[in-house]
Write a protein that binds this ligand. Structure first.
Ligand code: ADP
Ligand code: MG
Length: 746
């Protein structure tokens, strides 16, 4: 068997199997090896079959008999059945939807079975027990078998000497798991393929010499330095660990590898950027001051600090790559506007006319329009042409017909003016990076909440071989430091860690069910004083009655109806959620921002940067269903003005844990602190947006470990310093290519 062989070359697969593997992106034998378990189950205590008790997890050893496969008449799925017998008695076993079981074992095979005793006294059975063949010799020697006998075990044990996981020193022969507790890998199940199938398939792969043909891309000095197992050992341990420590050491290795590869890629990107040229942007300090003097406020020291860093970056002829991280409302737009100002005041080198250009990309149409309007205000005293380009239309400011306003223009006209340089600032959605958009002298790209915008995307946008635009990326997404270090490894970081003065801190209250009416009274009070409110629900529609879990969660549509009927019948209520068309969403937002609606009942779609200063109150239903950092972002919707803002957090349960977690919202100083809490308390799954970051579950686990992330980063940067193009590390270069390919596949 070879790593590159197709799975179908070695396994007889049913159609549902094939489809399931395809869905999971597993094609080759190697893919199978790199499909890792999501957790490990401990087998139960070993027991005599004659003494089994209902409900206990047990490991039994006996001979397997009477194997057969039937179709269950009720559920129309295949059921394999058999009986396992030892000296003390026998018990029936049943496997649902795993017809191959009956074909895999010969009558009379001695097996170890692990599972839960089900049924009732006199009619006990094991449901879906995990099975493994064991040899007689093994039984007599009383060695814990593992799926592939002695050989592999010894190999793993010898290499074990290298892996002293932190703090513990272990001899060449690692402790063996006693017979009582056998570890079993549990794989993420997918429709059509069970965890057990993976267990058996991987066992077959491991037993067929595939490991000897797989090469470790990580330099061995690194593995030694950090006491990490080699790839071969790690693969054995991740699938068939003898101890949880081994499994952890293996996972740590893969986590290191992943973070290391991401850092290498970012580091290489960064190093290559240093060879690139960009437009040097120079403006005098007095000009910048004059521009900022017209702001209706004084910039905070944090804003000044960010602006200075950006102006300094853009002065040099090498491209800026900077990330501006600041909580919602910290004033990132003013910083971006000042960077844009410096850019449009600069002439292309050697020219006495024209200006450099700015592209500003926002994640949604609503936001793009808001930035367009903000920019018009920021540039009031220095009138320049500003364009807006979205999927549903284009606008230009100033308008020839409407003084101080913008007019709708055709896309063709807008693109023409962008191409000949007459429109120096273009704001838009993703429509901005389509091929048809050509700039004359694109010098600065500002990106709002895009998470990643690589060198290639920048180059594409500029479409000029010789110049790379400066990049200012901005985010309010609170992410933990380890994640920032990883995914933004190629960017310089500036924090806006100060809120504009005069803002009253938001009042956050946890509302218990019995004080709900008080909260409604407070909302009514605010609405009567002319303010507006958001009410956030976890679901869009009526719950699916089949799903007990969903049954409890409030839905936008039902809650809006209920509120209109029972609580706020004298106010205008509207709804907003992700299944609406962009045009409909815009219409709803427009009505809300013009105060034609008082209450907006919505899902978490309002999370991303919507700005309605008159909305001062947000009530979040089913709050425990959201991550802390997401809740923080939601409440950021209402800290937009100098009115006192309120956030009412309404959990469905009163559990002490829920309460303790939500109380962090009341005390936390900023979103980043909450993101750290989310990561540590509930795990990386809580962090929203993980799909776009392209990090696997194992890699995300690593983010809890600052030391590991820093080590991977230091080593990657050091390696890039020595070997910028990875010419001397072909296996790493190849691993990077593979990574990128896989990401695109997903
Ligand atoms: P962010 O994009 O960081 O969430 P915005 O740029 O939208 O925040 O700014 C939020 C609000 O704060 C805007 O209404 C803006 O005019 C205002 N603002 C920005 N900087 C200051 C400041 N230094 N002092 C007072 N208000 C400010
Ligand atoms: Mg913003």
């Amino acid at each position: 068997m070879r790593p590159a062989d197709h799975i179908t070359d070695h396994f007889r697969l049913t159609e549902p199997h094939k489809e399931a593997l395809k869905r999971l992106g597993l094609v080759t034998v190697q893919d199978l090896l790199f499909h890792f378990p999501s957790r490990y189950d401990m087998g139960g205590s070993s027991a005599d079959i004659g003494n089994l008790v209902v409900g206990s997890e047990v490991t039994i050893v006996g001979t397997l008999q009477k194997l057969q496969t039937k179709k269950s008449w009720k559920r129309k799925i295949p059921v394999s059945e058999g009986v396992i017998q030892d000296a003390s008695g026998k018990i029936k076993c049943m496997w649902f939807n795993q017809p191959y079981i009956a074909k895999m074992y010969a009558e009379g095979t001695t097996v170890r079975a692990v599972g839960k005793v089900t049924g009732s006294a006199g009619k006990l059975y094991l449901a879906n027990p995990r099975l493994e063949k064991i040899t007689l010799a093994e039984m007599e020697a009383n060695v814990s078998g593992g799926l592939f006998g002695q050989q592999q075990e010894q190999k793993a044990s010898m290499e074990n000497g290298l892996v002293e996981s932190e703090g513990t020193t272990r001899g060449p022969f690692s402790e063996k798991v006693s017979d009582e507790h056998q570890l079993f890998a549990v794989y993420p199940e997918s429709r059509g393929v069970t965890s057990l199938w993976f267990l058996h398939a991987v066992a077959k792969v491991l037993a067929n010499g595939v490991l000897d043909q797989i090469h470790d891309p990580i330099p061995s000095e690194l593995l030694k330095r950090y006491h990490l197992p080699t790839l071969t050992t790690a693969l054995v341990w991740v699938h068939t660990p003898k101890t949880l420590k081994d499994a952890e050491a293996a996972r740590k290795r893969f986590a290191f590898e992943e973070v290391f590869l991401i850092q290498l890629e970012r580091g290489r990107d960064r190093a290559q950027q240093r060879h690139e040229k960009s437009f040097p942007i120079e403006v005098s300090a007095s000009e910048v001051q004059a521009f900022m003097a017209d702001f209706p406020f004084t910039a905070t020291p944090a804003q000044m600090h960010a602006i200075n860093a950006i102006l300094k970056d853009m002065k040099s002829g090498t491209p800026m790559s900077r990330l501006l991280e600041g909580d919602v409302g910290s004033g990132k737009t003013a910083v971006a506007a000042t960077a844009a100002f410096a850019t449009v005041r600069t002439r292309p080198a050697g020219q006495k006319f024209g200006t450099l250009q700015v592209a500003y990309m926002a994640p949604t149409e609503i936001l793009a329009k808001q930035h367009f309007e903000s920019f018009i205000k920021y540039f009031e005293q220095f009138p320049i042409n500003i364009g807006l380009i979205t999927g549903s239309g284009c606008f230009k400011f100033p308008s020839k017909v409407k003084r101080g306003g913008a007019t709708a223009i055709s896309r063709t006209q807008l693109l023409k003016w962008v191409q000949n340089g007459e429109i120096p600032v273009v704001i838009g959605t993703h429509a901005l990076i389509q091929k048809s958009v050509q700039f004359k002298h694109l010098a600065l790209v500002v990106i709002d909440e895009q998470h990643r915008f690589g060198t290639n995307q920048r180059r594409m946008l500029a479409r000029k071989e010789d110049k790379l635009p400066h990049l200012l990326s901005m985010t309010a997404t609170p992410i933990p430091r380890t994640l920032a270090l990883t995914i933004y490894g190629d960017l310089d970081l500036t924090l806006l860690d100060q809120m504009p003065p005069g803002r009253k801190p938001i009042i956050t209250e946890i509302i218990k069910p019995e004080s709900r009416f008080k909260a409604y009274n407070k909302i009514r009070e605010e609405l009567e004083a002319g303010r507006q409110a958001y009410i956030i629900c976890p679901r869009i529609d009526e719950p699916d009655p089949d799903k007990a879990f969903a049954l409890m969660a409030k839905s936008v549509t039902a809650e809006a109806k209920r509120l209109k009927k029972e609580v706020f019948s004298d106010f205008e209520i509207d709804i907003l959620h992700s299944k609406m068309t962009p045009a409909k969403k815009d219409e709803v937002m427009k009505k809300f921002s013009e105060h034609k609606t008082d209450i907006l009942v919505a899902t978490s779609v309002v999370e991303v940067g919507v700005n309605v200063p008159n909305a001062t109150l947000i009530m979040i239903e089913g709050a425990e269903r959201f991550g802390l950092s997401q809740l923080h972002q939601l409440r950021g919707r209402v800290v937009r003005s100098n009115h006192q803002a309120y956030c009412f957090v309404c959990p469905e349960s009163k559990g002490e844990q829920t309460m303790a977690r939500l109380r962090a919202l009341v005390t936390a100083k900023n979103g980043f602190e909450l993101a750290e809490k989310d990561l540590m308390q509930r795990g990386p799954g809580e962090l929203s947006g993980r799909k776009q970051w392209g990090i696997s579950d194992i890699g995300m686990e690593a983010l809890k470990n600052l030391k590991l992330v820093e080590a991977a980063r230091t080593e990657a940067l050091e390696l890039i310093k020595q070997d910028e193009t990875l010419a001397r590390h072909p296996m790493l270069a190849e691993a990077l290519v593979r990574r990128t390919k896989n990401l695109h596949f997903e």
